[in-house]
Design a protein around this ligand. Structure first.
Ligand SMILES: NC(=O)c1ccc[n+]([C@@H]2O[C@H](COP(=O)([O-])OP(=O)(O)OC[C@H]3O[C@@H](n4cnc5c(N)ncnc54)[C@H](OP(=O)(O)O)[C@@H]3O)[C@@H](O)[C@H]2O)c1
Length: 273
């Protein structure tokens, strides 16, 4: 999170919302936007975490406004947008809140390999609810707010390079493919109103999620290290690499319906352990 404050970089660019802005990628995006003149609201469920993120940003000269909301709840999203309406016209909505829970569709388990373990339905629903329905609910309100205000705006949806399919990630890959589909659909529906919709698809992020998982599990760390060497640039993405892609999508008046892949060149289609 290296967003530096540049007071000459277009202060007063308008109101931006970043969902999942209390930590990880969302916070890096929010800090980058705040550092380049956006008035940024960060939304997530945990109010204390939001306030801590805003306080830390303030200590670095960056202003973030915390607003607690659950993107999977229609009522909560409606409440968030009521709060936003009091801050002025929304110019940028970054649909970032998301999380993965790994499960194979069905796998053979047990010492005698006779046990079948199936993907739990609640895990499927949790990921689809957050990563796909959450994007739909927030995107719908954002577009309505932009139309009501009569000011063209931009919606940036965070997808993932795993959207074309990924081992152990049925729900997450399907949700992120859905995010690409929503992006292309909304781009053609909203283009006539001057609203642009762009997706940014990160590869693996060298962020807190990866670091915590690797620290807790040396096998995972070794596997990820082997995987990293398959990436053409042999590096994972930094959160700031994605933040600058989001800012580029927000600024470029000809971009809509695109998916910007930010992944160091990507992974081969299938990598064997
Ligand atoms: N990490 C990666 O390698 C990677 C790669 C490609 C794409 N992505 C995508 O990048 C985005 C951010 O990932 P990350 O790794 O930074 O995630 P993260 O560190 O787990 O942060 C997730 C953020 O979303 C918020 N959130 C979770 N559930 C929510 C809900 N129901 N309503 C509102 N906010 C909610 C969390 O706060 P609360 O828990 O307080 O709500 C938090 O602020 C996700 O869309 C993810 O799919 C990540």
């Amino acid at each position: 999170m290296n967003a530096s404050v540049n007071p000459d970089s277009g202060a007063g660019r308008g109101l931006a919302l970043v969902t999942g802005g209390s930590r990880g990628l969302g916070l890096a995006i929010a800090r980058h936007l705040a550092g380049t003149g956006w008035d940024v609201v960060i939304a997530a469920r945990d109010q204390k975490a939001l306030e801590a993120a805003a306080d830390e940003a303030a200590a670095d000269g960056l202003r973030l406004h915390p607003a607690s909301a659950d993107v999977t709840s229609e009522a909560s999203v409606a409440g968030l947008f009521e709060e936003l309406a009091g801050r002025g016209p929304l110019r940028l909505c970054v649909n970032n809140a998301g999380r993965n829970f790994n499960h194979q569709l069905v796998r053979v388990a047990g010492a005698d390999r006779r046990e079948l373990r199936a993907h739990p339905t609640d895990a499927w629903e949790r990921v689809i609810g957050l990563c796909l329905t959450g994007v739909f609910l927030v995107g719908r309100h954002a577009a309505a707010a932009m139309l009501a205000a009569g000011t063209p705006g931009v919606i940036v949806n965070i997808s993932s390079t795993v959207r074309s399919g990924s081992y152990g990630q049925s729900a997450y890959a399907a949700a992120k493919a859905g995010v690409e589909s929503l992006t292309r659909t909304w781009a053609v529906e909203l283009g006539e109103y001057g609203i642009r919709v762009v997706a940014v698809a990160p590869g693996v992020l060298d962020g807190s999620t990866l670091r915590e998982r690797s620290a807790a599990n040396p096998r995972h760390a070794a596997y990820m290290e082997r995987l990293r060497r398959q990436v053409p640039l042999q590096r994972w993405c930094e959160e700031d690499d994605i933040a600058t892609a989001v800012a580029f999508a927000a600024d470029n008046p000809s971009l809509t319906g695109n998916v910007l892949e930010v992944d160091g060149g990507g992974l081969p289609k299938r990598v064997y352990d």
